[in-house]
Design a protein around this ligand. Structure first.
Ligand SMILES: [Fe+2]
Length: 188
């Protein structure tokens, strides 16, 4: 079967699940996502319609596959994943800002220090980004239309202990829905 002709979500999920347990899983997953989003219109047409901006397409102990939609002008606060992540964009564009822990940055309430910006990556439909298990990033939708992507994490993302970062107070927070929404409104 030629995978590039038509987008089939079930076929993609089956291939990603297999790749997640391959010897070089991040590379195998990246290759599949690159091929998939090389025809972004086909993916946009073939994906189901999601009401929510996030949907878990599949998850087990080895892999989590998410649909994510970021709305224009909205920023997702800095966070980690504690596992490798590969992101393929099929609609719109986003900017990823990367951060590093910096113990020299002081916080009134948190002796772990803060984070400082260390780089960025602009991504648009048809492109793939791979980030390592210790990466910290924030994401901003930079297109006039929503930015839609398929995110693949090498582990069970919904149960792992993750962090959010408040760059105003330099505090590291537990990744909870409440903290997430509070930081999102802070970042405006
Ligand atoms: Fe992320």
């Amino acid at each position: 079967m030629n995978h590039t002709d038509k987008f089939d979500l079930d076929d993609l999920l089956a291939r990603l699940k297999k790749a997640a347990i391959a010897p070089d899983a991040p590379k195998a997953i990246r290759a599949i996502l690159e091929e998939t989003v090389s025809t972004p219109e086909a993916v946009a047409i073939g994906m189901p319609t999601f009401v929510e901006n996030e949907a878990i397409l599949f998850e087990d102990e080895t892999v989590s596959i998410w649909f994510c939609r970021f709305m224009p002008g909205i920023s997702v606060p800095p966070h980690d994943h504690q596992m490798s992540a590969t992101i393929g964009i099929y609609r719109g564009a986003e900017r990823n800002d990367f951060y590093e822990n910096d113990p020299e940055i002081n916080s009134e309430n948190d002796d772990r220090g803060g984070i400082r910006k260390s780089g960025k990556a602009e991504l648009s439909a048809g492109e793939v980004l791979s980030i390592g298990p210790s990466a910290i990033h924030s994401v901003t939708c930079t297109s006039d239309e929503p930015c839609c992507g398929i995110h693949v994490y090498l582990g069970k993302l919904s149960t792992v202990d993750r962090s959010l970062f408040n760059t105003k107070t330099n505090e590291t927070l537990k990744f909870t829905d409440d903290n997430y929404h509070q930081l999102q409104s802070l970042n405006g």
